[in-house]
Design a protein around this ligand. Structure first.
Ligand code: ADP
Ligand code: MG
Length: 226
């Protein structure tokens, strides 16, 4: 693709994400890099499959009216997706600066988006505040569907809510409670009470499992130190 001014914005473990302009459009490219430790054939196959999968889920999410980037082009020879750039800021970077009343509104907006996605059988897979972008008008968008799945497993959907809560817990402790309360209220209105209760029971279970693992780790660490 003939593009101008590529600017790398993230070098991740799996992909290089960059910003570029193409015929006046602001695009984002996500290029899955080859892994030297994999057999070349297998490596190409894995990168191709993940690229196609991410594009497919983005497309499905859009069809369900969930705000996310639009796929513009897939370059299968390079395992690269070109998508529209969402102009805004990662929620992670702006949540701390917002007044509490705005936090509730945003959380409620996100609750609606995630509920729509979940009742359509899509789990995001990495729902943290770095993968949520807020534009100038305060609209939220989901990005990074690299770990997403089509699923009707309660566990997969519950992991989304667990990860969201965890990312608020570690970065935005002061707004976490209000955020999750508004998020779940709207989520429940869209997805239904029964559905939400089922998911929340699983979220609790996942949280307990996490605590248990943490405690076990601490115990093992302490026993080494004795
Ligand atoms: N379409 C997009 N528009 C704007 N920013 C994006 C877009 N896609 C990715 N980003 C930015 O790049 C970052 C990394 O992209 P992401 O798809 O999350 O890659 P990774 O799998 O490495 O986390 C995101 O957190 C976001 O800030
Ligand atoms: Mg990401």
């Amino acid at each position: 693709m003939t593009a101008e001014g590529r600017e790398v914005i993230r070098i991740g473990a799996e992909a290089i994400v960059s910003r570029l302009t193409w015929n006046g459009f602001k695009l984002i490219s996500k290029y899955r890099v080859p892994k030297p430790y994999r057999m070349p054939e297998l490596d190409r196959w894995i990168r191709d499959r993940r690229t196609l999968h991410e594009a497919k889920v983005l497309h499905e999410a859009k069809k369900r009216d969930v705000r996310c980037p639009a796929v513009v082009l897939i370059d299968r020879s390079r395992s690269e997706i070109y998508m529209t750039e969402i102009e805004g800021k990662e929620l992670k970077k702006c949540l701390g600066e917002l007044p509490v009343r705005k936090v509730g509104k945003l959380a409620s907006q996100l609750g609606e988006m995630v509920a729509k996605m979940h009742i359509s059988g899509i789990a995001h897979g990495d729902l943290t505040t770095s993968n949520i972008i807020m534009d100038q008008e305060g609209r939220l968008y989901l990005v990074d569907f690299g770990l997403s799945s089509f699923t009707d497993e309660v566990e997969d959907l519950a992991v989304d809510i667990h990860l969201l809560d965890r990312s608020l817990e570690s970065m935005h402790t002061e707004v976490r409670e209000e955020f999750m309360r508004s998020f779940l209220k709207r989520y429940s209105e869209v997805a239904g009470r029964e559905f939400t209760m089922k998911i929340m029971r699983k979220v609790k279970e996942i949280r307990m499992r996490g605590r248990y693992v943490e405690e076990r780790r601490r115990e093992v660490r302490n026993s080494y130190n004795q």
